[in-house]
Each structure stands twice: as structure tokens, then as C-alpha cells.
Design a protein around this ligand. Structure first.
Ligand SMILES: Cc1cc2nc3c(=O)[nH]c(=O)nc-3n(C[C@H](O)[C@H](O)[C@H](O)COP(=O)(O)OP(=O)(O)OC[C@H]3O[C@@H](n4cnc5c(N)ncnc54)[C@H](O)[C@@H]3O)c2cc1C
Length: 457
């Protein structure tokens, strides 16, 4: 069924012949909606109330912790939503060298090509959330939880949703349903309820606990680089302790500590600095010892890496795809989830351009592309949780190969990107605030004036 042949009970004016429903208005969901908007009217179903603003930030548990977006990921987001990187930089994000310092495979070299976008996860999400609903043909149904898929094991026809306040349930019919509900996705159960076989899932859970606190950066140190410290493998049995300091917008430092078992960080504020100081040769503990805390310590425990092998199912229903964290979630140490989200949405866009939305093989081909995208980082990501090479040692041949490939991608991304002008290596002297800004005016679509009512058929 397509939109032109159905009746809208909301009076929505369809501009496209098709309707897609995206479950989850997070990073993946927003980017998927942008990709879909070339081909379909799109309704984003989000459990939380939107928009999330500075005053009302996201309450996603992982969003409190350090989030670095690789240059490669940033380039992909910018391809889907041109101008978004300039939007981040205009709001105070910085393009910085990758954290330098010891890593399990050896010292990370610091070259201009190895960059990340450094800011809070709230800022990354907020700029994307301001731009996507303003696109033609996209509506947001917030405060609404997706409950179950409708259709059959061969063909998904929509989703049942429930208003989180009134409890009112309704059915949304769609030509394509996209699961972008993140690591808590219940798609395996929903597919099983329709009669599909169990989905194979790989899980690597090292019980990593993350604790984050925000500090006011001491005067003159607002532009310090991203720093990361990690305990040496011989000092512990499990994944060990890490500390990461990310300079974020508004002159703040966001510091995330990780550890597991007896070596985990605590929610008690008075143990935060001492945990960081227990990492041998750590600079971060000393840096934050006298800094003014601006938040409580916030702790998260769900940090397992999880890979769902949807592409291996013998049959896959038409009209349904799962993307981003709903398919592959990585341990925080690896920090690739946002890039996977962007690559997922690009894979969807490319498949739509190649095949069109009504091609029966579309959904399966997207799932197969995503399996390749997620599998590549899976092995190093889950391997990294168990460090094998002592700090300071030369990386293995396989490690050098992976790093070389990653560096090549990052290098070409930065070389092509208009944000190259904004790149600044903040070591060792801090740049002026002006030098961190792009040289061109930054168009940020800050209104959702074009937002239409959601579809209900
Ligand atoms: C501690 C930690 C640190 C991390 N650090 C990094 C990093 O440095 N760099 C990096 O690239 N990645 C990092 N990641 C990974 C990154 O957080 C995820 O990859 C990313 O959030 C995935 O985005 P997503 O949109 O797929 O899912 P989410 O961000 O989880 O968004 C899912 C959305 O769906 C909504 N939702 C859920 N269920 C429903 C439902 N039933 N109905 C409607 N809406 C629903 C939620 O409210 C949410 O808005 C980290 C993860 C963790 C846990």
C-alpha cells in the first residue's frame, strides 16, 4: 500500500507517493529520516518529548558520557545533512586531533588527519534534531512509543504505537518501517511474534561502568585537547580503568571514567578525582582536582557490545529495515556508534536511489550492507575490550593494517571537507575562540516551522 492510495485521518497533504515510519528520533532515526525524505513522506515516532533543547536535554543514558564523532562519521552526516558540521562548530564544538596517549595497541600517533568532533552528545543531537524536522515531508510524533509491528513474516505493513501520556493506541500503516530505537531495540521479539526465526546475536559484555562529571574549565584551559588515559594491562585483570577529558561547548570539560568489577568508578562525587588519579601517569586526575564541578556524577552500566545478525536470517520481510544501534552497539571505549549510525543512513539512501522504495529486495539489500558496515569494526571493537599488547609496544601487523585503513579514510574525509578550514591543532598553545570557527557563515536551520502533522491512516 502506498500513501496515494490511502486515506489520511490527519488531513496530511502527501507530497510523495510513499510513507515511511521511522521508530526512534535519535541520531540514527533523524539521519534515516533525512535519507528517506528524498523518496517518501516520513513520520518519526519518538518515545520522548521533543524538541530537546539546552534547557531540556536528552535523557538517553549514554548521552551523559563522552561522545567523540570521528571525522569519517562527521563527513557522512554532512553528506546527508549538508551544513550540519558547520552547525556544530558554530555552537561551540571543535574539530580536534584524536586523543593522544597510550592505548592497548600502543601510542596513538597524532596527525592532522586524525580528527574528531568534540562537544557534548546533546549538542550533536540538538543540531541534527533542529535540521531534520524542518525538511520537506518530515513529521514528528513524539511522546509516542512503538509497540509492535503489523503485517506478516513476509511483509511489514506498519506499526502499533501508544501515546506515553494518554495511553491511546493507534496503528500507523507505512510502505517502509525503519527501526532506529537504539541498543534497547526489541525487534528480535517483534519479528519472532510474526513467526520469523530467532535472530542470532553476539554479545561482548565486560561489565564496563561509565561515570561522568562536567567541570568548568579553568581560565585559559578551555581549549585543551581531548585527553585519554588508560591503565596498563599488567595492572588489572579485566578491561582496566580509563579516563577521558573532552573540552565541550560553553567552556566546560566533560570527564568520563570507565572501569569494571572492583575497578569500576563510583557514583560518589568525592571518589571521582581519586579514581582518575589511580591510573598511573594520568594527567586527568590532576587537571580536574581543582576544577569546579558543574554536575553530579552520572553513572551508566549498559555498555555491552551487541551485534544482531539480521542479514543471516533466511527470510527477511519486505517493508522493514533496522539501522544503527538497533543492529550494532559498541563498548564506549571504541566510540564508533555514531559513525555506524551515519553509515547506516547513507546505505539506506544509496539503496533507495538505486532501487526505489517499492522494490521488494530493498529491505534485504539494506540489511546486507549494514551487516558489512557493522562487521568491520566489530572484531577490533570487541577485541579492544581485552587489551593484548602492553602499553607502548608496537602494534601487531593486523592492528597496523586496521589503523592504516582508518587513517586513510579520515585523511581523505578531512581533505574533502569544507570543515578543513576550521581544523586547529590545539596543542600546545590554545587557539583563540575565533580560530576555532569556520571562515564561512554557518546556515543552521533552527526552526521546525515546516513540521507537519504526523500521518495516521
Ligand atoms: C557510554 C557510551 C559512550 C559512547 N561513546 C561514543 C562515542 O564516543 N562515539 C560514538 O560514535 N559512539 C559512542 N557511543 C555509541 C552511541 O551512543 C550510539 O551508537 C548511538 O547513541 C546510537 O544511536 P541510535 O540513534 O541508533 O540510538 P539511540 O541514541 O539509543 O536513540 C534511540 C532513540 O529511540 C527512542 N526509542 C527507543 N525505544 C523506542 C520506542 N519503542 N518507540 C519510540 N522511540 C523509541 C529513544 O528515546 C531514542 O531517542 C557510546 C555509547 C555508550 C553507551
Amino acid at each position: 500500500m502506498n500513501a496515494s492510495s490511502s486515506t489520511s485521518t490527519t488531513g496530511l497533504q502527501f507530497t510523495h507517493p510513499y510513507l515511511a515510519v521511522v521508530l526512534g528520533g535519535g541520531f540514527t532515526g533523524m539521519l534515516a529520516a533525512a535519507a528517506l525524505s528524498e523518496h517518501a513522506d516520513v513520520v518519526i515516532v519518538e518515545r520522548d518529548r521533543l524538541p530537546r533543547t539546552r534547557a531540556l536535554p536528552t535523557d538517553l543514558p549514554q548521552a551523559r558520557h563522552a561522545h567523540l564523532l570521528s571525522a569519517d562519521g562527521a563527513r557522512s552526516v554532512d553528506e546527508l545533512l549538508p551544513g550540519v558540521v558547520e552547525g556544530w562548530l558554530a555552537e561551540g564544538a571543535r574539530l580536534m586531533p584524536l586523543p593522544s596517549g597510550p592505548a592497548p595497541q600502543g601510542w596513538l600517533p597524532r596527525r592532522p588527519a586524525q580528527c574528531v568532533i568534540a562537544c557534548s552528545r546533546d549538542l550533536l543531537d540538538r543540531v541534527v534534531r533542529e535540521q531534520v524536522p524542518a525538511l520537506e515531508g518530515i513529521g514528528v510524533l513524539d511522546g509516542t512509543e512503538a509497540e509492535e509491528l503489523t503485517g506478516t513474516a513476509e511483509h511489514i505493513t506498519g506499526v502499533r504505537v501508544r501515546d506515553t501520556v494518554t495511553g491511546r493506541a493507534r496503528r500507523l500503516d507505512a510502505d517502509l518501517v525503519v527501526d532506529a530505537t537504539g541498543r534497547g531495540s526489541t525487534t528480535p521479539g517483534r519479528l519472532a511474534a510474526l513467526g520469523l526465526p530467532a535472530v542470532r546475536e553476539e554479545l561482548a559484555d565486560h561489565g564496563i561502568v561509565c561515570a561522568t562529571r562536567i567541570f568548568r574549565a579553568p581560565p585559559g584551559k578551555e581549549n585543551c585537547p581531548v585527553l585519554t588515559d588508560r591503565s596498563a594491562p599488567e595492572d588489572h585483570q579485566g578491561p582496566g580503568r580509563t579516563a577521558t577529558l573532552v573540552p565541550i561547548e560553553d567552556g566546560r570539560w566533560l570527564v568520563t571514567l570507565t572501569g569494571a568489577g572492583a575497578d569500576r568508578p563510583s557514583e560518589h562525587a568525592d571518589r571521582f578525582v581519586s579514581f582518575a588519579r589511580r591510573i598511573p601517569h594520568s594527567a586527568i586526575g590532576d587537571l580536574i582536582a581543582d576544577a569546579e564541578p558543574l554536575s553530579e556524577v552520572r553513572v551508566s552500566r549498559d555498555s555491552a557490545s551487541r551485534l544482531r545478525h539480521y542479514a543471516r536470517l533466511r527470510c527477511w520481510p519486505t517493508g522493514f529495515v533496522a539501522l544503527g544501534g538497533a543492529v550494532a552497539a559498541f563498548t564506549p571505549d571504541y566510540g564508533q556508534g555514531l559513525s555506524i549510525a551515519a553509515h547506516s543512513a547513507l546505505a539506506l539512501r544509496d539503496a533507495l536511489r538505486r532501487r526505489g522504495l517499492d522494490e521488494p529486495a530493498l529491505a534485504r539489500s539494506v540489511q546486507q550492507s549494514l551487516a558489512r558496515i557493522a562487521q568491520a569494526p566489530w572484531t577490533p571493537a570487541t577485541g579492544q575490550a581485552r587489551p593484548t599488547a602492553p602499553t607502548g609496544q608496537r602494534p601487531s601487523a593486523a592492528g597496523r593494517f586496521v589503523r592504516g585503513a582508518v587513517n586513510g579514510v579520515l585523511g581523505s574525509a578531512i581533505g574533502r571537507s569544507p570543515v578543513r578550514r576550521a581544523y586547529v591543532d590545539v596543542m600546545p598553545s590554545a587557539p583563540t575562540a575565533r580560530s576555532t570557527r569556520p571562515a564561512v557563515p554557518v546556515p543552521v536551520s533552527a526552526t521546525a516551522a515546516g513540521r507537519r502533522k504526523p500521518a495516521e491512516r
